[in-house]
Design a binder for this molecule. Structure first.
Ligand code: SAH
Length: 213
C-alpha cells in the first residue's frame, strides 16, 4: 500500500487535477503520508481523500495540500519565514518545511501537536517551531511572515493574520461556514491594502477559538 506505484498513482491524480509545480509534486511523492495516520488507517494514506486523525479533526486531502502549497509558492516573493495555522497531524507542516527556511506552526489541540512533533523529529526536520495556542491570533512574536497558510476555516479572515504579513506577503486560507471558499490574500507592498483572489470552493474544519489540553 505504501509502494512506489501507489504513490506514483497519487501524483498522477494530482497532475490530472491541475497541480503542476514539480517541486511540490516531488515533495509529496517523497513524503511518507502513512506515518501521519493511526495504523488502522495507514493503508489509505495514498488515497486522495481527507482522513480522520482524532479529536474530530482530519488529515487534509493530498489535492488540497498540494494546491495550497503550490499557491503559496507561486505567489510569495520569498519563503524565508512561513506560518501555518492548524498543525493537525503535521503532514502539511512537513511538506511546507521542505520549501521554507523557517516554519512556524500553531495548533490548539495539545495531543495532536505532541504527535506531530514526534513525527517531525522522526523525519529529521530541524526548521520547524511548534506552538500550542489559538492560531486565530497568528504568532505575533515571530512575525512578520512572508507567507501564512491556514488549514482551518474562519467565518471572516482574522485581521491579525493580515497584519502579520510582511510586505508583499501572501495568505492562503479557507473562509466561510457551510459554504467555504479558498482565498489567496496578497499584501500590496508595505501598504495596508490587501488584494483577495477567490480560488475554489473547499470544505475545511472550522477555525475554533481557545485551546484544549
Ligand atoms: N494540515 C493538517 C490539517 C488538520 S485539520 C493535516 O493535514 O493534518 C485543521 C487543524 O486546525 C486541526 O488540527 C485543528 O485542531 C486546528 N485548528 C482549528 N482551529 C485552530 C486555531 N484557532 N488555532 C490553531 N489550530 C486550530
Amino acid at each position: 500500500m505504501t509502494s512506489q506505484r501507489t504513490r506514483e498513482r497519487l501524483i498522477q491524480r494530482l497532475m490530472d487535477q491541475g497541480v503542476s509545480n514539480e517541486q511540490v509534486l516531488d515533495i509529496i511523492r517523497n513524503t511518507p503520508r502513512h506515518i501521519f495516520l493511526d495504523e488502522a488507517l495507514s493503508h489509505r494514506a495514498y488515497e486522495d481523500s481527507s482522513l480522520p486523525i482524532g479529536f474530530g479533526q482530519t488529515l487534509s486531502q493530498p489535492y488540497i495540500v498540494a494546491r495550497m502549497t503550490e499557491l503559496l509558492v507561486g505567489a510569495a516573493a520569498k519563503m524565508d519565514k512561513v506560518l501555518e495555522i492548524g498543525t493537525g497531524s503535521g503532514y502539511q507542516t512537513v511538506v511546507l518545511a521542505q520549501l521554507v527556511k523557517q516554519l512556524y506552526s500553531v495548533e490548539r489541540i495539545k495531543p495532536l501537536q505532541d504527535k506531530a512533533r514526534e513525527r517531525i523529529r522522526t523525519l529529521g526536520l530541524r526548521n520547524v517551531l511548534l506552538r500550542h495556542a489559538d492560531g486565530g491570533f497568528g504568532w505575533p512574536e515571530q512575525g512578520p511572515f512572508d507567507a501564512i497558510l491556514s488549514a482551518a476555516a474562519p467565518r471572516v479572515v482574522p485581521e491579525g493574520l493580515k497584519q502579520q504579513l510582511a510586505p508583499d506577503g501572501v495568505l492562503v486560507i479557507p473562509v466561510g461556514g457551510e459554504q467555504q471558499e479558498l482565498q489567496l490574500i496578497m499584501r500590496d507592498g508595505d501598504t495596508d491594502t490587501f488584494v483577495t483572489r477567490s480560488i475554489e470552493p473547499v470544505k475545511f474544519v472550522p477555525l475554533l477559538s481557545g485551546t484544549t489540553r
